[in-house]
Design a protein around this ligand. Sequence first.
Ligand code: BES
Ligand code: ZN
Ligand code: ZN
Length: 529
Amino acid sequence: MAASIVKRVSRVKKLNVSHISARYKLLTGFRHFSTSKQWNKALVLGVYENESTDSIDFTGTARKFDEKADGKISQLLLTVKKPLKCGKTRTLHAVDPEFSSVLVTCIGKRGEGYDELETVDKGRESIRAAVAKAVLQLRELGENEIEVDSCGDTEASAEGCHLALFSYDDLKAEKSRKPAVRISCATRYSQDKNNMEKEWRKGAILAEGQNLSRRLMEMPANLLTPTKFAEIIKEQLADKCEVLVRDKDWAESMKMGSFLSVARGSVEPPVFLEIEYKGRQSDSPLALVGKGVTFDTGGISIKPSQGMDAMRGDMGGAACVAGSLLSVSKLQLPVHVKAFIPLCENMPSGSATKPGDVVTAMNGKTIQVDNTDAEGRLILADALCYSEQFNPSLILDMATLTGAIDVALGAGAAGVFTNSDDMWNKLQKASVRSGDRVWRMPLFNHYTKKITECQLADLNNIGGSRSGGACTAAAFLKEFVNNKNWLHLDIAGVMTNSGDVAYLGKGMSGRPTRTVIEFINLMSKETKN
Ligand code: BES
Ligand code: ZN
Ligand code: ZN
């Protein structure tokens, strides 16, 4: 049997991959290689990095498969001198009757875990990246049903492949779209299949939340208006959450003058979304707030036109809130969450706010709007005030707020401003699991002074100079929060992925959705939420 497979392999090896399907029909002598339908089935196996040239350090699942294939996989891997390095792959064909391709992917050194300086779990990150690369390569080969090794961390493996296979090509012709691929976990040799399936499902749901955020962020602003955003959220969440869609009149009645001052330049009506997920009874929900500027032109303080298309992602905070809620509700976490999403466009027009205008926020504070491009803090001011009315145990806001946070941290981490060491520790812990990092930034009085020195009003919406722009923006928000557990995440630097995160394609990133879901998961273990 082993000899016949070797013979077959040597024949297939000579074939051009694109011709394999056609040539396969000629190879009728192998009873185990059954219908042509199964030809598109592939398997991803993990190996650890290993210097040895005469042994392969397989994952548990991979070892079992190799045994089943009479050692064929290790034999073939050892035919080349150079051992596999982390992130590298080898694709084998016709080594198993069930799979047309078996892709071996290297998941790094055995036993790798938390790296203190990197503040990340390297083992999990390597698994995500390795399986991501594997499934993308197999999709390129036309495989459409892929079984994936859990690689010792089922959840990370599921996250990696579900995130990698995401693409936003709804607006392209059918022939230019990425083909659909079914992925599942290779559970057949597991001691505890049920648990493995459960972990796989959790990873897939975490990725699904982030993928919803990515889809919303990527959608063009002519299609994703505030009204459309609300419709999609209703579709996605209404069966698990209560979704209230508030209009401009409601915002006026709530005296949200700061939010409305941004919306007034656009013909698109603003929307204020209020979403509730009640996974448990409690009087102190966890409050999420997300910046939902569906397009930011800068308003009268108009932005340069180059790269302005990226401002369709300026509702990234809102998108990450929605994505987090989708996952939290699908995972049925025992937690009470209330989300607040102010949605509008920031446009220049005859009715737009002008530099020097003074507006009044819901808490009565007056704001001199010296730069209409600093609009995120204006819409968040009212949303934060409103969220305080629900006695939240914590308030976490997310916003693509400043270019300055991108200058400070780039895509390495989301900037976190918080008045609570406890919240910081929990969020950081969550980010170590998710691999989507956070970095703490200051909320000094130093920055508050910059925005309270104001000629006409209580506050100025800009800090006078460009220095410390992310910190003055956070200091501005602080004026609208009394809660002792407040976290503000400036996510402008992580809004897009241009290759930094190996398992996310290029484009809108949906970061840090998974970190926030993990954080909510941690919080759900505390009784009061
Ligand atoms: N939406 C932008 C921030 C942004 C920049 C998001 C790059 C994503 C990528 C925000 O509304 C803005 O324009 N901020 C200004 C503030 C300034 C006028 C004080 C900025 O960062 O330049
Ligand atoms: Zn702006
Ligand atoms: Zn903006």
